[in-house]
Design a protein around this ligand. Structure first.
Ligand SMILES: [Zn+2]
Length: 414
């Protein structure tokens, strides 16, 4: 008899058999592949070194905009933002004429695989560093045998809302500061504790990129972070878990030679070209936690006034130093697989070491205590996709996506 399968968003997944090895997908926020390479080179990531040699080691593409929410949702739905609808951390809601966070599940247009697995009677445990992702990741998931909580709010979990309580006692750690490496360490520690005590069938762990925004690959603090991660993943591996590690996006230095952020302030430019506030620049990196990047990333979308010369403005922007490309709404929707109704008339992507701002006066860079590192563009699209299982006959030459992670662990790594 064929193993039972589950169909979600047009993709088919094998349901984990009762008593099968637990499946763990880890999204390491901002994990540019070089972080892994440098940690392995330092000798401080023995589990990763062994896994790269004996398991599956791919470099995949994330979704552009290379931001946290779109990619986490792609990983748990298995499809691009054109299907699931989450195309930024932040958007301009044309219906209400307001700029809003995209944390609310009302923006989600597709069910998650996690909800489908819980519906099919499998126990799921979802742990995210920041609470902003929790409701999106846990949307539609029955909590009768499953749970979904964040490190940030680990002290206020209830069975009714999160499927679990007394998380601090379970993990044996205090609530970490929201701007700290410990916020991510708590995610891994919770994963290990839950695997020991509850052994869920499926686990999704999602960290935060606080360290990656401040520290380059190979920096001692970055290597400390990857050594910490390596220990925890080694523990999960020793408990028999099938593990896939991927990332929501990469990370690059975004500074000039004087170490100051290399910013193109799009709102100021467009105000000069079209008149004050005629165009509206939206930076979808914006979220409540902007201290470490000042809301500066390599992706912006622009709403132009009625009757504006869209093609002419695109051409003028594309000619600027530091711009990688400019796409019209229709071109961007097709090229980046984005929902056309949730992006502006233009999508602008900056180069590897350049970021896009709105108006200079709107960015508070006083919180930047290290040279700016950020993401959002095509230059941050490469991410690791690593499994602790070898897969015979896997086509390593095709274009893999970070949202193939669940397909690999459920359909190919068993
Ligand atoms: Zn991220």
């Amino acid at each position: 008899m064929a193993a039972p399968t589950l169909s979600v968003n047009g993709r088919s997944y094998r349901l984990p058999a009762p008593g099968a090895a637990p499946v763990v997908v880890v999204c390491v926020d901002g994990c540019e592949p070089d972080y892994i390479a440098q940690a392995v080179a330092s000798g401080r990531a023995p589990w990763l070194a062994r896994t790269l040699a004996q398991g599956t080691a791919l470099v995949a593409d994330c979704v552009v905009p290379s931001f946290t929410n779109p990619n986490n949702l792609s990983i748990v739905t298995g499809v691009p933002p054109s299907v699931h609808g989450i195309c930024g951390n932040f958007l301009y809601d044309t219906a209400s004429g307001t700029e809003v966070m995209m944390n609310d599940p009302k923006w989600l247009r597709a069910p998650t695989l996690l909800a489908a697995l819980a519906e099919a009677g499998r126990s799921c445990a979802v742990v995210t560093a920041k609470d902003k992702l929790r409701r999106l990741l846990g949307h539609g998931m029955s909590l009768s045998r499953s749970m979904c909580f964040s490190s940030e709010k680990a002290d206020s979990c209830t069975v009714a809302e999160h499927g679990v309580d007394s998380v601090l006692a379970l993990v044996g750690r205090p609530v970490p500061d929201v701007y700290s490496a410990e916020l991510s360490e708590f995610v891994f520690a919770a994963g290990v504790a839950l695997m020991k005590q509850r052994r869920p069938d499926v686990m999704y762990l999602s960290t935060t990129d606080y360290i990656q925004h401040k520290h380059a690959p190979g920096d001692p603090v970055a290597n400390d972070f990857y050594a910490m991660m390596d220990r925890h993943l080694g523990e999960l591996d020793a408990m028999g878990c099938v593990i896939a590690l991927t990332a929501d996006h990469g990370m690059n230095s975004k500074v000039r030679m004087d170490a100051k952020p290399d910013v193109i302030y799009l709102q100021d430019l467009l105000d000069g070209w079209l008149g004050a506030a005629a165009a509206r620049v939206i930076l979808p990196i914006t979220d409540p936690y902007v201290v470490h990047h000042g809301a500066l990333g390599s992706f912006a979308t622009v709403y132009l006034p009625a009757g504006a010369d869209i093609a002419g403005t695109a051409k003028r922007l594309a000619a600027l130093r530091g711009i990688e490309g400019v796409w019209t709404r229709e071109q961007a929707a097709a090229h980046f697989e984005l929902p056309a109704d949730r992006i502006g008339d233009l999508v602008v992507v900056s180069e590897r070491s350049t970021v896009l701002g709105s108006a200079a006066s709107r960015h508070d860079l006083s919180g930047l205590d290290a040279p700016l590192r950020s993401h959002g563009g095509i230059s941050e699209q490469r991410v690791p996709l690593i499994l602790n299982r070898a897969i015979a006959g896997l086509d390593t030459q095709r274009r893999w996506r970070n949202f193939d992670a669940f397909d690999l662990v459920l359909n190919h790594a068993g």
